[in-house]
Design a protein. Structure first.
Length: 116
């Protein structure tokens, strides 16, 4: 008498996971990694909004190729720091929001309406 071997349980679990959409797709993994990287960079922009200047390497001054004298860095204006581009974007968003709400409040005050 010949008996057929039963399927291993892992095959059944894999088939069930694929059928119900529980399998982790590579695009979902990539999107999750991208979101995590953006959150980490945003946290870095909040904690340390300034980074070292790339031109002078954080010294605030540099030597010209043929000269011996030190000159103040034009990019960082001698401070040795630059504002991160993520912080530039954040500042622009806050500034735009502030100007928009300020205009609304000023208009309401001038027309003697109740605030929104």
């Amino acid at each position: 008498m010949i008996t057929l071997a039963a399927r291993p349980p892992t095959v059944l679990l894999n088939a069930a996971a694929t059928h119900h959409g529980m399998q982790l797709h590579p695009w979902r993994l990539l999107a999750g990694a991208l979101v995590l990287a953006v959150l980490i960079y945003a946290a870095a922009c909040v904690v340390t909004p300034f980074a070292r200047c790339r031109r002078c390497d954080g010294n605030g001054k540099y030597r010209k190729p043929r000269g011996r004298a030190w000159h103040p860095c034009k990019h960082c204006k001698g401070s040795g720091h630059r504002l991160r581009w993520g912080r530039h974007v954040t500042n622009d968003v806050y500034r735009t929001h502030h100007h928009a709400t300020r205009a609304d409040r000023q208009r309401d005050r001038l027309t003697a309406r109740r605030p929104r």
